[in-house]
Write a protein that binds this ligand. Structure first.
Ligand code: GDP
Length: 440
């Protein structure tokens, strides 16, 4: 899913990660690439344009987060704007008297019948009593297909040979009402192209039964053509939601990104495979992360932000650069890292090159090391933390036994701390030139 687009985004953000600071020109260069990547993925031009404008406004609009480096900030903005473009998640409306009616519409081959069965399966698992209705009398094969699928999921299928779809839907509704069915899903006829006869038939069904939801199934693989089809249906019947199918094969992704903005109809489900379990409720956050191909990088960014106490960090940074960084600050930082979750998870979430480096670290070792460091600092008095010069041999022995570690461990920590202190002094003198970025 979205392989090409994710690959492109990854390349774009890789370049960004090496920057310490982003100028307006950097942001413009990145957005040119983003724009191209989206157009190549077959996202509608108008959607690309407004997307890029919004990201640009925010990225150069000094939306500065102390918790994130510039690359992470841009990734975060792109991710959030992608979510906005994809639209709010919208649940199926199954309120009102029973049986509630879901009408499935779409062109032939879109995956409508498969989606109908998948949806019936979901509804049943939610405790609904479901009836499937085969309202495509023109294609006996379509009726047979729904019957087969109904058997597979253990749901009854209502069929009547030679009965016109509006009558058939009305009869099915009566029967459903009498027999305590709570949700009825109608598989309507599909045609090979948009035509008036099909639309009139759908309108006639909607006049005969009280339809809660009219879901249009569209094949996401057909790119922008999907937008035209959705607009065609939308102009003739009152669509309440979209089911985008074959997302598992959709490496370009343009239809999924554009369709909500262009048609105004919310996406409700995604078909992600041929199996009858392969229907997902639409979740814009998850989809946006997939499109960006950032794994859980986004989750990491969000957690880093939540864990970060901005004021404390600013004060700390000031003291660091003034050469006043103490073991107390060190302990604070450890606490923040811990707030982000287990180290193994954090290491797993690192993208690209960082992830590879992290894979060479055994998370269990790192976790142990972190605990030891914390125990050592906790065993120090406040005065010792503020002024490590006090730490003579006998104090070191006391700390080691108090923290259940060896004197060597204590020595190592103090040495590391001194090195960090020296590094900050150096940064202060040189303004950070020639040094690798420490975080991110
Ligand atoms: P209909 O003519 O719209 O009713 O389409 P069908 O439900 O008969 O589906 C057409 C083909 O697409 C079938 O071979 C399905 O197995 C396949 N299909 C449907 N949904 C998906 C999906 O989400 N992913 C994949 N890979 N195939 C799908």
């Amino acid at each position: 899913m979205f392989d090409n687009l994710s690959g492109r985004f990854n390349e774009i953000f890789q370049q960004l990660r090496r920057r310490g600071k982003l100028s307006e020109a950097d942001v413009d260069a990145v957005l040119r690439e983003v724009r191209l990547a989206l157009l190549e993925a077959d996202v509608h031009y108008s959607v690309v344009k407004s997307f890029v404008t919004r990201v640009r406004e925010r990225a150069v609009g000094h939306e500065v987060s102390k918790a994130l480096n510039p690359a992470q900030q841009v990734i975060k903005i792109v991710h959030e704007e992608l979510i906005n473009t994809l639209g709010e998640p919208d649940r199926l409306n199954l309120s009102g008297p029973k049986p509630r009616v879901v009408m499935m519409v779409g062109l032939q081959g879109a995956g409508k019948t498969t989606a109908t069965a998948k949806l019936a399966k979901i509804l049943r698992s939610q405790g609904e009593r479901v009836l499937l209705v085969a309202a495509d009398p023109y294609r006996p094969a379509a009726v047979k297909q729904l019957q087969t699928l109904g058997q597979q999921i253990g749901v009854d299928v209502y069929t009547r040979e030679g009965v016109k779809p509006p009558d058939l839907a009305a009869q099915a509704f009566d029967m459903a009402q009498k027999s305590g069915v709570s949700a009825m899903v109608i598989d309507t006829a599909g045609r090979s192209q948009l035509d008036d006869a099909l639309m009139q038939e759908l309108q006639a069904i909607a006049r005969r039964v009280p339809v809660n939801e009219t879901l249009l199934t569209v094949d996401s693989m057909i790119g922008q053509e999907a937008l035209h089809i959705a607009e065609g249906f939308r102009d003739s019947v009152k669509l309440t939601g979209l089911v985008l199918t074959k997302m598992d094969g959709d490496s370009r992704g343009g239809a999924a990104i554009s369709i909500r903005s262009v048609t105004g109809v919310p996406i409700k489900y995604l078909g992600t495979g041929e199996g009858l379990d392969a229907l997902e409720s639409f979740d814009p956050r998850r989809l946006a992360s997939r499109i960006l191909g950032m794994g859980d990088m986004i989750g990491l960014i969000e957690r880093a932000e939540a864990a970060f106490d901005q004021q404390a960090t600013q004060d700390q940074a000031q003291r660091m650069l003034a050469g006043q960084f103490t073991l107390e600050d060190f302990a604070q930082q450890l606490k923040q890292v811990k707030k982000m979750g287990p180290l193994s998870q954090i290491l797993d979430m690192m993208p690209g090159g960082m992830g590879q480096a992290a894979r060479n670290i055994d998370p269990a070792d790192a976790e142990k090391q972190l605990k030891r460091t914390e125990a050592i600092i906790n065993s120090m008095t406040v005065a010792e933390r503020k002024n490590p010069d006090l730490l003579n041999a006998s104090r070191r022995r006391r700390i080691a036994s108090g923290s259940g570690t060896d004197v060597q461990d204590v020595n190592r920590l103090i040495k590391q701390f001194r090195e960090t202190q020296r590094l900050f002094k150096h940064i202060k003198k040189t303004g950070g030139r020639g040094l690798p970025r420490l975080f991110g």
